[in-house]
Design a protein. Structure first.
Length: 263
């Protein structure tokens, strides 16, 4: 019986190993995020017109119309795909925080795009130009970034008192997300805290991250991609491209849904 060269076999196994750098993770997160937005805007607002129904009316309409029921099913599938993006964005935020040359510039950039994205977000999610009842998920990332800065102030200290303070910082971030009704607030804050506090323990942070991201059912599946993160930044010629993608995709899908609803 022939046996393969161990070195050749090792190289072949490495060839098929998934390797994710920063750009790959950002691309993966953006693609899966589009599915979530498409579910909320194009399918629910543009095709089903959920805003025109009460909860009971919508339930009756779905029961009476197989086509609406099928669209509702696709909307649910797209939302499940979108859940894959949540742990990746939290992970990338921690990586950005730890490797940024200027925390202030990083925070102001995130805040600027959060403000810029609010009108497109309201258009895509509710078919209105302004809605203060909820804020887009970039505000969650802004709050999480401030949380990381506060956690770092106590990272060099040990002891129960330090852990209590860190827990209070995390709870404060969750409270702010709740008060402002920012998208994916609770899960993102918890994931960001875990990825930062257990940064040097890859297995621990991935496992805990999978447990927390189960809030969105499919979220734990992204743990495999995070486990295979190489630590390399990847293509980074225009770092604002991925920031700009968020408001642009919201605007495009929001306008598409608005035209479909009008038709």
């Amino acid at each position: 019986m022939d046996t393969e060269n161990p070195t050749l076999l090792h190289r072949r196994r490495r060839r098929f190993r998934l390797e994710m750098n920063g750009t790959t993770l950002k691309t993966y997160a953006c693609i899966t995020m589009v599915f979530y937005t498409a579910s909320m805007s194009v399918i629910q607002n543009g095709m089903i017109h959920v805003n025109e129904y009460t909860a009971q009316e919508l339930s009756d309409a779905l029961s009476a119309d197989p086509d609406l029921m099928m669209l509702s099913g696709w909307a649910s599938v797209f939302q499940l795909i979108g859940g894959l993006a949540v742990p990746v964005f939290a992970f990338l935020l921690v990586e950005g925080f730890l490797h940024t040359a200027s925390f202030r510039r990083y925070l102001l950039t995130m805040l600027g795009f959060a403000v810029l994205s609010e009108v497109p977000y309201d258009l895509a999610m509710g078919d209105v130009l302004w809605n203060m009842s909820s804020q887009n998920p970039l505000f969650t990332l802004v709050i999480s970034l401030i949380m990381l800065y506060a956690l770092r102030m106590f990272s060099a200290r040990k002891g129960i008192a330090t852990r209590v303070v860190q827990a209070m910082i995390v709870l404060a971030a969750i409270l702010w997300c709740t008060l402002l009704s920012t998208g994916f607030g609770l899960c993102t804050v918890l994931l960001t805290a875990v990825y930062y506090l257990a940064y040097e323990k890859n297995g621990v942070k991935v496992l805990l991250g999978c447990a927390i991201s189960a809030m969105y059912v499919t979220g734990p599946l992204s743990g495999y991609a995070l486990w295979n993160y190489t630590g390399q930044r990847g293509w980074n010629k225009n770092k604002y491209l991925f920031y700009a993608f968020y408001p642009i995709h919201l605007l495009v899908l929001g306008l598409a849904a608005h035209m479909m609803a009008g038709a």
